[in-house]
Design a protein around this ligand. Sequence first.
Ligand code: CMP
Length: 136
Amino acid sequence: STQRTLVLLKPDTVRRGLVGEVLSRFEAKGLTIVAMEHRTIDASVADQHYAEHVERDFYPPLRDFVTSGPLVALVLEGDEAIEVVRALNGSTDGRKAAPGTIRGDLSLSNRENLVHGSDSEESAARETAIWFPHLA
Ligand code: CMP
């Protein structure tokens, strides 16, 4: 059934000039962009978005990274969009992600892994409310 999912093209994607490449993959798959914004976030937005990770050892450098420059936030819609986006993104660690995925083809890092996609319908609703309150 049709779902919406919250996607981030993280600051590494913008810095590396890969916004078009990554967006093309989502569009070519057949997903529809229903909202998109170029934005630089502060630590409080990072803490909200990554609420489940704020106590983890990897979080302080992750927070520094996601606040380090502009990113592109978007909402994508399509049949089973949550799972489809996660499959396109590939596994978290770019060094281990399968070739053919965004991370597998374009990232060599566990932190600077280019993209974020909501991991469940609950996460998609929670994250959409943070980034695009008018859509929540
Ligand atoms: P994301 O899908 O946005 O969800 C949490 C993010 O934390 C993840 O992508 C990575 O950017 C980062 N991350 C997860 N695990 C680690 C880790 N072990 N070391 C560094 N960064 C991590």
